[in-house]
Design a protein around this ligand. Structure first.
Ligand code: ADP
Length: 484
C-alpha cells in the first residue's frame, strides 16, 4: 500500500513542535514495515542549503488560489527505498524567516499558503505513477485536503481519489480565517456550511478536516476521550461526539534512533539504563553550560517548551520562586521561547537566583538533548497535552517526569500510587501552583531515597514507546479505511 502524509513541519527539515517529530518518525516507521510512504511538506527558507540531499525536480505546476494562478515546483529526497519526501517550492509563500509568522504574529496569508500546500498534496495524490490509497493529513494546515479531494472527485472526474485520515495534534490550533477566504479554495460557495468548514461565521480548516475525513485520530487515547468534553473540546466537542465512531487515539512514539543516549552525538558522554555513569558527566556539563554550580548532590529539574499558558509555564515560575525562597536545595534549567512576558519572567528568576535557576530563551534542538540527558527531573504541568513528547524523551534519558495527569501524559507516565512496581514518574491532578509544588516536594523526597529513585529511573529508561509498536495501529487504520 502507498500512503501520503501531508504536513506543515517535518523533523529535521522544519520544526516548531511535536508535529515535526511525529510525522518524521511515523513516516520512517511505516516505511520500515514495508509500506510505500510519501511525505509532502513546504520547502521553507534555507532548507536546500542545509540539506543538500533535497533535489529539484522538473515537476512544475500551477493551481488557482482565488483569482491568481500560483506556480509550484516539487523538490524531492528519497532517504530509503520505501520513503519519498516531496518538498513544495513556492518562494513567495514559503521562503520566509518563519514557518507560520514572525515576532509573535501569524502571516496574514496563512490561509492561502496552506490551501496551496493542500493543493500540492492532491496533485501528488492524483498524478504519482502509483497513487496513494490514503492521504494522512496532520493538523489544520492540511485540514482542507479531504473536502478538496471530494470536490475533485465530483466535479473534475477524479475516479479514484484516496481515502483521507485527519490527525489532530492540538485541537486549540484551528486555522480560523474570515469567511471571505473560502474564495481562495476554489470550492463552490454552497460547500461552506456548518457540516463542513463554517464555524462561528468563519472558515475553520481544522473543522473541515474533522467533518470531511473518513477517520479522525488524535495523538493519545486519553486526549481522544478528553476532547469530547467542553473543558478540552475547544468548542468542537459536539461535532466530535457526532463522529465518535470514526475517532480514535494512537499514542505517539519516540524515534529511538534520534533519542538514543548510548549514541547521541549531542551529548558529552553516553549512558544507558545499565550504566548511568555517563549521565553524571552530562549533568556536570549541563550545569557548566548553563552557568550553574557543578554539584552532583543537588537535584536538577528541567523544562523545554513553547512558553505558553498550555504548557503551564506560569505555574513553573510561581512554584520555583516559592521553593527557592523557602530555601529548598534544587537547580532548574529552562529552554524555551514564546510569550514575551513568560520569557522575561524566567529571565528575571534566573537573575534573582543565579546559582539555582538558568534560562535559555530560544529554540535549540541539540541543547534540548543535553538537557534531557543532564536533568534528574523533568517538569510538565500542562493545562492540556494532546500527547507530549518531552516526557517520553525524559523517560528514555533518565530524567524522571513530573506531570499533570492529563492527555498523553496520563497515558505515558506511571505514578507509584497507581503501580509501585512499574512506576516511572510523579503525577498530580489540579492545574495549580500548589499541586505542582507538592509534586516537586515528592521529587525532593525521592531524591533522598536512592533505591526508589533508581527504580523509577530504570523503569522509565527501559519502557518501550517505540514507533515500531505504535505505527502498527496506523497501518491497521489505513487498511480499515481502505476496506470501507
Ligand atoms: P508541542 O508540540 O505542543 O510544542 P510536544 O511535547 O509534543 O509539544 O513537542 C515539542 C517538541 O519541540 C519536542 O521535541 C521538544 O523538545 C521541542 N522543543 C520545544 N521547545 C523547544 C526549544 N526551545 N528548543 C528545542 N526544542 C524544543
Amino acid at each position: 500500500m502507498h500512503v501520503l502524509l501531508a504536513t506543515s513541519e517535518l523533523n529535521p527539515y522544519s520544526k516548531t513542535g511535536g508535529l515535526a517529530d511525529m510525522v518524521s518518525a511515523l513516516a520512517r516507521a511505516l516505511a520500515g514495515t514495508g509500506l510505500q510512504v510519501s511525505v509532502v511538506t513546504p520547502l521553507y527558507r534555507g532548507m536546500t542549503k542545509t540539506f543538500p540531499g533535497i533535489e529539484p525536480t522538473s515537476w512544475r505546476w500551477d493551481v488557482p488560489i482565488g483569482d491568481s494562478l500560483v506556480d509550484g515546483r516539487f523538490h524531492c529526497q528519497k532517504p530509503s527505498p520505501n520513503l519519498t519526501l516531496w518538498f513544495v517550492e513556492q518562494a513567495e509563500f514559503f521562503d520566509r524567516p518563519g514557518l507560520y509568522g514572525e515576532v509573535g504574529r501569524d502571516y496574514a496569508d496563512n490561509s492561502a499558503r496552506f490551501i496551496f500546500l493542500s493543493r500540492a498534496a492532491l496533485i501528488l495524490a492524483r498524478h504519482l505513477p502509483e497513487p496513494p490509497k490514503v492521504v494522512h493529513c496532520h493538523d489544520w494546515q492540511t485540514g482542507l485536503i479531504p473536502i478538496l479531494a471530494r470536490h475533485d472527485q465530483l466535479r473534475t472526474g477524479w475516479t479514484q481519489p484516496p481515502r483521507t485520515i485527519f490527525t489532530v495534534h492540538n485541537l486549540a490550533f484551528q486555522g480560523s480565517f474570515p469567511a471571505a477566504s473560502w474564495g481562495l479554495t476554489g470550492l463552490p460557495s454552497d460547500w461552506l456550511h456548518l457540516e463542513s468548514a463554517l464555524h462561528f461565521q468563519r472558515v475553520n480548516f481544522l473543522k473541515a478536516g474533522l467533518t470531511q475525513a473518513q477517520a479522525i485520530t488524535t495523538v493519545s487515547p486519553n486526549y481522544a476521550r478528553e476532547i469530547l468534553t467542553p473543558e478540552y473540546g475547544c468548542g468542537l466537542e459536539g461535532l466530535l461526539l457526532k463522529r465518535y465512531n470514526d475517532l480514535g487515539g494512537i499514542l505517539n512514539g519516540v524515534d529511538y534512533e534520534e533519542w538514543n543516549s548510548a549514541s547521541d552525538p549531542a551529548l558529552p558522554a553516553s549512558f544507558s539504563a545499565q550504566d548511568l555513569s555517563g549521565k553524571a558527566t552530562c549533568k556536570a556539563a549541563l550545569q557548566r553550560e548553563m552557568g550553574l554550580p557543578e554539584d552532583s548532590g543537588v537535584p536538577l529539574f528541567a523544562n523545554i517548551s513553547r512558553l505558553t499558558d498550555q504548557k503551564g509555564s506560569a505555574l513553573i515560575i510561581q512554584t520555583l520562586r516559592s521553593l527557592v525562597d523557602a530555601g529548598e536545595s534544587l537547580q532548574f534549567v529552562l529552554l524555551g521561547s514564546g510569550d514575551r512576558a513568560l520569557e522575561n519572567a524566567f529571565g528575571d528568576l534566573a537573575k534573582r537566583f543565579p546559582t539555582q535557576v538558568a534560562a535559555r530563551i530560544g529554540f535549540d534542538p541539540a541543547l534540548s538533548h543535553r538537557i534531557e540527558a543532564g536533568a534528574d527531573f523533568y517538569l510538565m504541568p500542562s493545562r492540556f497535552e494532546p500527547c507530549g513528547l518531552n516526557q517520553l524523551y525524559s523517560l528514555r534519558y533518565g530524567a524522571i517526569p513530573i506531570v499533570r495527569a492529563i492527555g498523553g501524559l496520563q497515558d505515558s507516565v506511571v505514578d507509584p500510587r497507581d503501580n509501585a512496581a512499574q512506576a516511572t514518574g510523579i503525577k498530580f491532578t489540579a492545574y495549580s501552583a500548589a499541586a505542582l509544588h507538592k509534586a516537586i516536594l515528592k521529587a525532593l523526597a525521592l531524591w533522598k531515597e536512592p533505591a526508589w529513585l533508581q527504580h523509577l529511573r530504570h523503569n522509565g529508561m527501559t519502557a518501550d514507546f517505540s514507533w515500531e509498536k505504535h505505527s502498527a495501529e496506523y497501518v491497521a487504520l489505513y487498511e480499515s479505511v481502505c476496506r470501507e
